[in-house]
Design a protein around this ligand. Structure first.
Ligand SMILES: [Fe+2]
Length: 267
């Protein structure tokens, strides 16, 4: 897939799948690093890498020299894959890398993390300072294990990132009164308040709002073919998405899940 197509898909729908991206050599190397780093084989594991001078100093102080060595590899990998360029095209702006990490999720029948919005104050009621709407990130998820429905895949409601952006815009500028919107049903509630709806409509094309409302209504009423929203990816493939959109994480029923992630934010 070319960069124009990728940019268009993420800007428009909020997410794009890249079925095969990593070389076998990189895939093996990343999986090996994650396997070595994970101390407890049965637990969640998350490890961050150096992205700037501050994080470099932190690793030095903790004597994490191997981590620094691996960080050089991950930073070079991001350059080789052209991630910064893609994020710049999606945002139409210069960007900065704000996080590189890996994530290990053990196999489990535990319930999924249900539909939610990132950076929505985790459902807090008493929020005093609101985030700038442009502070959301573009996330690159590289899978080192196969993911599918009920087995570690990410699901995403198309166009929801546009609605969330307009909502945040209104809250940040004092045009929309904040109320919790971390969950999908709360998110729909705040969007459907007449004044809020009209404000959102003035920021984005109403057709996106309509599409989002139709899909999310069916999702909440269990009438949607939800597999249409699930992103099944094999090891070596990736997802690129705007974190502002409504998404959920599936349970890891069949196997452990390994992901390498890069986050970029507008400067
Ligand atoms: Fe999330």
């Amino acid at each position: 897939m070319n960069i124009d197509k990728i940019t268009h898909e993420v800007k428009n729908k909020g997410i794009v799948e890249i079925k095969q991206w990593l070389t076998n050599k990189d895939k093996d190397k990343i999986a090996k690093i994650i396997n070595i780093e994970r101390p407890l084989k049965s637990d969640f594991y998350n490890s961050t890498y150096v992205i700037n001078f501050k994080t470099f100093i932190k690793k030095i102080l903790k004597l994490k020299f191997l981590n620094i060595f691996r960080s050089i590899y991950f930073n070079n990998l991001s350059k080789k894959l052209g991630l910064e360029k893609i994020a710049e095209r999606i945002f139409d702006s210069k960007v900065k890398l704000i996080r590189i990490d890996n994530f290990w999720t053990p196999r489990s029948d535990e319930p999924v993390i249900d539909w939610h919005v990132d950076n929505a104050y985790s459902g807090r009621k008493d929020v005093k300072i609101f985030n700038e709407p442009d502070k959301n990130a573009i996330k690159f998820f590289f899978y080192l294990t196969d993911v599918s429905r009920d087995n570690g895949c990410l699901s995403y409601i198309p166009y929801s990132h546009k609605v969330a952006y307009a909502l945040k815009h209104g809250i940040y500028n004092g045009k929309i009164k904040y109320q919790t919107y971390w969950t999908l049903s709360d998110f729909r509630k705040i969007v459907l308040i007449k004044e809020n709806y009209n404000y959102i409509k003035s920021v984005i094309d109403e057709k996106y709002l309509t599409k989002f409302l139709n899909t999310s209504d069916l999702v909440l009423n269990n009438k949607y073919k939800e597999e249409k929203l699930d992103h099944q990816i094999n090891s070596g493939g990736a997802l690129i998405f705007d974190e502002a959109g409504v998404h959920r994480g599936s349970k890891t029923k069949l196997n452990d899940r390994m992901v390498l992630r890069f986050f970029y934010q507008k400067i």
